[in-house]
Design a protein around this ligand. Sequence first.
Ligand code: GDG
Length: 496
Amino acid sequence: MSQSPSGRAGVVDPGTERLTPPLHGADLVVVANRLPVQQTSKEGDDEWRPSPGGLVTALTSMLQNRNGLWIGWPGGSQHDELPETFEGIQLRPVDISPEEYESFYLGFSNATLWPLYHDAIRAPTFHRHWWHTYAEVNMRYARAAAEAVAENGTVWVHDYQLQLVPQYLRKLRPDVRIGFFLHIPFPPSELFMQLPWRREILAGLLGADLIGFQVPSAAANFSRLARRITSATGTATDLVYEGRQIQVGAFPISVDCKQITAMALDPAIRARAVELRATLGNPDLVLLGVDRLDYTKGIQQRIRAVAELFADGTLDPEHAVMVQVAVPSRESDAHYEKERHDLEQVVSEMNGEHGLVGKPVIHYLHQNLPFDELVALYLAADIMLVTPFRDGMNLVAKEYVMCRTDLTGKLVLSEFAGAASELRGAFIINPHDLEGIKEGIRSALKVSKKEGKSRMSRMRRKTLRRDVFDWTNSFFAALARPVQPVDLETVDQFDD
Ligand code: GDG
């Protein structure tokens, strides 16, 4: 690896190397940490299956229509069997060694950037060798994209693991149009300024023509920082950097509304929802939480709040029950291990103190469930609890809303989830305020049938207006917008 002359930043220097566009390059390339397929072992046979989720479906369908290719890590170390194409799109694997996985993924991505970008609710860890590997691995993704994309083609880079890719790619292939979307929050300057490599990360992102965020405040945080610590000028939505015009904006992600609605109306899944309620003892009230087991999601806080509602008699263990699904995530990180330990302690205390023989007050599943089962749970739940301390969007909230076709069900939602700016029919709470969470649940319990339906209908209308396909289309349309010639004389400084 060659490094910047100062050596301070440790950024890979792409130098002046330019790559010639390939003869049969792809018109559109998606670059993401992971490929859209994952290896599953069934009866001893390895099989590659699409990774679950609306994002993969939407991006795949966009790539199918545009001679597309997806670059990403296939997971694990053995991927000899990786298919060259998947549902009509080409796959290009990026190799990551176990040591790089430690530094690039578990280290810089998930122990530096993830906590820093989520309000530093766990102290971010800064290590120079993690940063060096992050830069090297980003260069590998950029090079793979540069070697794959057609002349004047388009590359769409995703998420916090790959923030240096736009700059590296632009150096290698200046002819290419580059979009970047950040799925997680972008922090305010008070936090971002902690990052020893803040200038390098901003310069990395500024290699793109369009930089998209989940919510306008994240976009504003970015533009303000770019103008403060790089040579970028301009407004919150239009920056000028190194003679290029860059669009910055909010593109709130969504779910596949049609698919989820169809599943929610599927008789077999509805029957499963009825069966789940029966298994829970046909209680009057089912409360539900569904999250990756992550310290940002506020799972313990919500369970404590529900436990206090059992303690003060608002909830009766004979008639109310909570289900918490916590999908295993990043298990080799000490913060996550501790979060699981503490969470399981809280679950056990709640059952110990409020459960009855044969009637636990909380059912806790540390498992990855099939999506059908998740939909059945959404259908079975009267109140959905989504209480992250900070979340880019939170798709669980939107999935729940899309499942409630009969307008029943209430959503208690953190004001710090991106989804809160759209789902105004939710009972909005501050997850740091235990009394506030309890009050939100109490309000959801008390609300009249009529008002409950009108709240749900409002949230459904809002979600239906923009599904995940509209999201990809609107991002792509903005990226394709012709670049205006830059008139440096008329570029105003944005007024904070
Ligand atoms: C990041 C940002 C942003 C959950 N349990 C199971 C399961 N899930 C699925 C849900 C949902 C997805 O996982 C979780 O998405 P979220 O948006 O809630 O959260 P993150 O994983 O943190 O995602 C977030 C998102 O990116 C997209 O931009 O909204 O803010 O943090 O789709 O359904 N799926 C299955 N079994 C489970 O047990 N099959």
